[in-house]
Design a protein around this ligand. Structure first.
Ligand SMILES: Cc1cc2nc3c(=O)[nH]c(=O)nc-3n(C[C@H](O)[C@H](O)[C@H](O)COP(=O)(O)OP(=O)(O)OC[C@H]3O[C@@H](n4cnc5c(N)ncnc54)[C@H](O)[C@@H]3O)c2cc1C
Length: 411
């Protein structure tokens, strides 16, 4: 189930020409969408002109160009010599990179904890001054359901980070969407990034430290839905696939508050999270998830799964796992939450589906599956070869009665 190559990774494996503002290797669907938009824009702006009008227009254009060039040159010289970016350059947009400062960079599995497995880095990036319109990550999002985009008030948003020397970019999911929603106060963009032994962006992210500058673009919508149409969200995730799920959970329930009053969130949807990782030490965001479950016991139900136990962790009964007892243990406790030893099985998925009233109303239930290729394929069938299209419904969900493809989204 846990291969070292996440499906979400392949979708984002895009290279950039040095100095280019956006990727040169882009998916066919995105490219054709963009060409259509450009053609439409040309058709709208091109109007026939008479000859003298044409000459005047050319002279005017040349004059304007010279003015613009002179102005832009002056401005860039001023910015370079002043040594820091002006406020407009901190505007986050999906079509070009902005340089933002790192406020924090730490090896940890959670922003609120010093614990880490050495494989994950937490980055806190200064909030942008403003945020542009989010772009849809796939054409399928546009055609989801009846194709209506109005009222899609629940969203998972991601950003792209660029590795400056290799000119490659990868997508990452901020832990809190508020950093990317225009109109709100500009809170930092917080990311948790996994390092694969020969993963390009992950290794770059792990070399960063506070005060470094990173190149970011976005936001991009990776899933959207209407809150009023969903009574129950079932999130089945593995590894770093927890980050989109966590963003959605905090969009609905608010940030975890240690000791403070819980954010008011008693309106649907209720959330069931099935979260799998290789080992207890590689489960991310556990203090935050435990806090959210304590504050919202009726709204959030977290089930953890690990492939193997580790020595020194607590069993569900409270004892310490030793070299000898860990082979026989079937469950353990992590931050007060039970972690089952073994992969997410059909019985676990069926149990999640049968709890709660929405089980009798598939139309008001949404399932999101996110993580390594193996997990996504085992739970919902593989994504299509292009890595972006959803593919057909398969795996455990494909075998169950009453689960329709439109209600399952693979991230
Ligand atoms: C919308 C979205 C959100 C995401 N959010 C997060 C997030 O919050 N946190 C996070 O850590 N990740 C996230 N990812 C995954 C992230 O984009 C990268 O894919 C991941 O960080 C790996 O990138 P890398 O450059 O470090 O590794 P890569 O250079 O892409 O390599 C990763 C691993 O796969 C192997 N590999 C590389 N290419 C291939 C190949 N062609 N075939 C087989 N194996 C290969 C490498 O050897 C390495 O072990 C997200 C992805 C998407 C699409």
């Amino acid at each position: 189930m846990h291969r070292a190559t996440p499906s979400i990774r392949s979708a984002a494996r895009v290279s950039l020409r040095p100095g280019a503002a956006r990727p040169i290797s882009i998916s066919a669907s995105w490219r054709s969408q963009q060409q259509q938009q450009q053609q439409q824009q040309q058709q709208q702006t091109e109007t026939p002109r008479s000859e003298p009008e044409d000459t005047r227009a050319i002279l005017r254009d040349v004059g304007l160009l010279a003015l613009a060039f002179g102005g832009a040159f002056g401005l860039s010289v001023a910015l370079l010599s002043s040594g820091h970016a002006g406020p407009s350059t901190r505007q986050l947009r999906s079509d070009r990179y902005v340089s933002l400062k790192l406020l924090d960079a730490r090896r940890t599995c959670s922003p609120s904890s010093t614990e880490g497995d050495g494989q994950h880095v937490y980055l806190s990036i200064e909030g942008p001054s403003s945020v542009g319109q989010p772009r849809l990550s796939s054409a399928e999002l546009l055609h989801q359901g009846d194709g209506a985009r109005e009222g899609e008030d629940l969203r998972i948003l991601s950003v792209y980070l660029k590795e400056p020397s290799l000119q490659i970019e990868r997508a990452y999911t901020p832990l809190y969407a508020e950093a990317l929603t225009s109109g709100s106060a500009r809170s930092p963009i917080e990311l948790l990034i996994k390092r694969y032994p020969d993963g390009e962006l992950g290794r770059y992210a792990h070399r960063l430290s506070a005060h470094d500058t990173v190149e970011v673009r976005g936001p991009e919508v990776t899933w959207q839905g209407k809150r009023s149409e969903i009574d129950e969200l079932i999130l089945i995730v593995g590894g770093t696939g927890i980050t989109p799920a966590y963003q959605l959970i905090t969009t609905l329930l608010g940030r975890p508050r240690h000791g403070g009053a819980p954010a008011r969130a008693d309106a649907p949807p209720k959330i069931k999270l099935l979260y799998a990782a290789p080992r207890p030490s590689s489960l991310l965001l556990l203090p935050e998830l435990a806090q959210l479950q304590r504050s919202h016991p009726d709204m959030l139900d977290v089930r953890l799964f690990v492939d193997e136990a580790e020595r020194g962790r607590r069993t569900a009964g409270g004892g310490l796992l030793s070299l000898f007892t860990r082979a026989r243990a079937s469950a353990m406790t992590e931050h007060g939450m039970e972690a089952q030893i073994g992969q997410v099985a059909r019985a676990d998925v069926e149990a999640a589906l049968s709890r709660g009233q929405a089980s009798r109303q598939d139309g008001r239930r949404q399932l999101l599956v996110c993580g390594p290729d193996g997990l996504v394929a085992a739970i919902a069938g593989p994504k299509a070869h292009d890595g972006r299209s959803q593919g057909s419904l398969g795996g455990i969900l494909g075998q169950l009665q009453g689960i329709s493809r439109e209600k399952v989204w693979k991230l």
